[in-house]
Structure formats: C-alpha cells, structure tokens
Design a protein around this ligand. Structure first.
Ligand code: PLP
Length: 432
C-alpha cells in the first residue's frame, strides 16, 4: 500500500472554525494564541457561529409566530446562554439548576419551557413562582402533582403534554426518544385521555402540545411523520373542546460530525411549515427546542499531545484531554474529528488518540492519521454540544477552561477549575 497522503486537516464548523495561513483559527483569533494564554484542555467557541445557527432557524420561521427555546443541556455555560438570550431565544430546561442558570443569564421567565420526566415539587414551586411559560408534562402522575402544587400556590400552571408519537422504528431506527418503549412522554393512544384529565384539573391551564423524538436526526422524514401524528392528536383534542395554543416540535436536528449531511434548519422548517399549512394549522404558535444544532459545531476542544506511544499493533497518542472533558466517545462511541492546530508537513502516522484517565474507555478517536509530536496542540471538533455540560471530575481532574470568540475578540467565560474548587464541599474525617 502506498503511504497515506497527508490529507488537508478538516474540522466541521466552517467558516467560523477554519485553517488560514497554515494554522487553525476560530473567527479572527488564532487558536494557538488561546492555548498558550489559557493552557489546555481548552474549549473555544465561536459566538458568531451560534448566532448564525439561530438565524438559520429564524429564516426558516420568518413570518410565523414562533419561539426558539435553546435546549440548554447541550451547553449551559452562562455566557453562552447570554448569547442565545440576546439573539432572541427562550430556553428549554430540564432541572431546577437549569432554571436558575437561565434566569441568571437574563432569560425572560415566560420564554422558558420546562421539560423532563422527573420534576420535583420544589422545582415546580420555583418555576411557578418565577412564572415560566410552560411545563412540558411527561406523565399522568406528574399532572396530578403539578395540579396540587399550583393550587397550593393559588396559581394555574401552564401545561403542555409531551406526547410520544411512536414514529416507526423500522424506517427510522436512529430515533431513540419518540418510541413506545422509552421513559419519555405520554403514549399516543393515552394522550387524549390525559388531556381530558388535565383540562379537568383546577390547578392547570392547558396551553399546548409537544413532542421531542430524538437527537442527531439527519433527515426530514421522521419530523414529518411525527408532525402528522401530533396533528392527528391536536385535531382530536380540540374536537373535545380543549384548545391548544401552541405546538412544540422539540429539538433533535443533527449536525456534521463525520460526513453526515443533515438538512439545514431553514430547509427542515420549510418542509414542516408546508405540511402544517396543508393541514390548516399554519396559524399556530410554534415552539422549537434545538440544542446540538445551535452549538455543536460552534466549538472545539484544544488539547496538547503529551506522549507518543508506538506499539506492535496500535500506536497511541496520549493527550491532556480525556473522557471527563469529552464524554461522548466513551458514552456513545461517538466520532469527533481531530486535527492539528498547526499542521506539520511530515507524513502522518495512524494513532488511537487517548486521554490520561485510568479507563480503557478513555479514548477520543481511533485510527486517526496525524503528523504530530509531543507538545503539539490538537483540536477536537464538534465540541460545542454535550461536552462541557457532560464533563465530570473523574480522576480528580478539574473542568477545562472555556473561551468565547466574537470576531477578533476573545473572552475567558469559565476559568479552569483548581483542586481547591474540587474539594470545596468535602469535610475532613471527624469520626474516631
Ligand atoms: C435534549 C432535548 C432537546 C434538545 O435536543 P438536541 O438533539 O440537542 O437538539 C430538546 N428537547 C428536549 C425535551 C430534550 O430533552
């Protein structure tokens, strides 16, 4: 076999994350300058890429009564929430902690929707007290508890039921949350009865319907299937005299990690709006809950090569980022592009890129052709979503620092954690 040609380095996220003059830039800032100033592992995000992603949704929804609620579990760092709040987004939250973060970032409470299968009474109370826009209720039992909590507080809780459209697994096997056999949502066939029940409760005010069929969806078809199923329900529910003011189609639109070609947000919404109009529902208020597609390819994680460890069957590249910083490969065997910050012209070697954590599952990429030496910086691509927000302290590793870039400006938005940060809540042994 001829030696592998050095292919041009590539990371998703152009034009905001791109090579220029032989090195990687995020917008108009050299990644190498940031790595030198702040150390590694370091997350670097492009604010302009985030704004462009929001704008793509806004274009698709132009002229409609619509609210984009950023699903903040994808990346909940305060400064990033501020970027989305200023771009006109509301927020989709899944915990009381996320509620406080959204408020801290300046979110208008009426623009917050609260999803999740296990809301506690305390979380419900707080969300009612601040006046959130909607509770996306996921079970009958939750309806009853929310009704009780709202009556205790002398208010009515705005509710939408998360219905499970049970989109056909045969045709769309990659959908994981819209199927009958998972913990999310209320089964399609039980939804009408659940709506009757909700409408009968004095502490609740039925305002909408929602679904969220899964994540990293790369085609329009499952959305159209889900939309048809949800509209069938909307018609059945309204025929019983229960008006639904909004329709929330959740999030889930995929991004390019490695050769995927998901529809753009505007193309997706063009298709969905055409179907909505055709069925006479074009006037409805729309809510969306995109997460990954707003931030995933707006970020990279920069890591330093610590050691090269050639072996007889595998060569390992040991870097200073690990599964505690970038959990997706270990959790889902997910692929992230990995490319040098300053590419070398030497011929590449095929490496498994691994972190220092004491687990065989601690790998970031397998069989990657890279020309690198210890001390070089690598960028892990598509690291804006479900990386920092899923980071842990495993192996007593502090969380990485985060920098946000806008044009030629760069701001540290999260300082690197110190060991003192890690044990702040711990107490020395006081027992005999
Ligand atoms: C996670 C989640 C989202 C966002 O999903 P993405 O795939 O990141 O777009 C939206 N809605 C709900 C209810 C979720 O749990």
């Amino acid at each position: 076999m001829p030696p592998a040609e050095p292919s041009p380095p590539y990371l998703p996220g152009a034009p905001y994350i791109a090579y220029r003059d032989g090195e990687l830039w995020v917008e108009d800032v050299r990644v190498a300058d940031l790595a030198r100033e702040h150390g590694t592992p370091l997350f670097v995000y492009s604010a302009t890429a985030m704004r462009a992603a929001v704008a793509a949704y806004q274009r698709g929804l132009q002229g409609r009564d619509a609210l984009i609620c950023y699903a903040m579990k994808a990346n909940s760092t305060l400064a990033i929430l501020e970027v989305f709040a200023r771009a006109g987004c509301g927020f989709d939250i899944v915990s009381g902690g996320e509620l406080e973060r959204a408020l801290r970032a300046g979110a208008a409470p009426q623009r917050i929707v609260f999803s999740g299968v296990g809301k506690t009474r305390a979380e419900m109370r707080r969300a009612l007290d601040v006046g959130i826009g909607c509770f996306n209720v996921e079970s009958r039992a939750e309806l009853d508890v929310l009704d009780e909590v709202a009556r205790e507080r002398g208010v009515r809780a705005p509710v939408s039921l998360r219905v499970n459209p049970d989109v056909d697994a045969q045709t769309h096997p990659y959908i994981s949350t819209g199927l009958r056999d998972n913990k999310f949502g209320i089964a399609h066939e039980e939804a009408l009865d659940a709506y009757r029940h909700a409408a009968s409760l004095r502490g609740l005010s039925v305002v909408g319907i929602d679904c969220h069929i899964g994540s990293q969806i790369t085609s329009v078809a499952p959305y159209l299937d889900a939309l048809e199923r949800v509209l069938d329900l909307v018609e059945a529910i309204e025929a019983e005299g229960i008006p639904l003011h909004h329709l929330d189609l959740g999030g889930g639109l995929g991004i390019e990690y490695h050769g995927e070609h998901p529809p753009t947000p505007d193309a997706l919404w063009q298709a969905l709006l055409a179907r909505l109009d055709a069925r006479g529902h074009g006037h409805r208020r729309l809510l969306l809950e995109p997460g990954r597609s707003l931030v995933g390819n707006a970020g990279i994680c920069v890591t330093e090569v610590l050691y090269t460890k050639p072996g007889s069957s595998k060569h390992f590249l040991i870097v200073d980022a690990a599964m505690n910083d970038l959990p997706r490969p270990a959790m889902y065997e997910a692929y992230h592009a990995i490319a040098p910050v300053r590419p070398r012209t030497e011929p590449p070697t095929v490496w498994d890129v691994v972190g220092p954590v004491c687990e065989s599952g601690d790998w970031l990429g397998r069989d990657r052709a890279l020309a690198v030496r210890p001390g070089d910086w690598l960028a892990v691509g598509s690291a804006g979503a479900y990386c920092m927000s899923m980071a842990s302290h495993y192996n007593t590793r502090g969380k990485a620092a985060e920098v946000l870039v806008s044009g030629a400006q760069a701001q540290l938005i999260r300082a690197r954690e110190t060991v003192a940060d890690l044990w702040r809540q711990e107490r020395a042994l006081a027992l005999d």
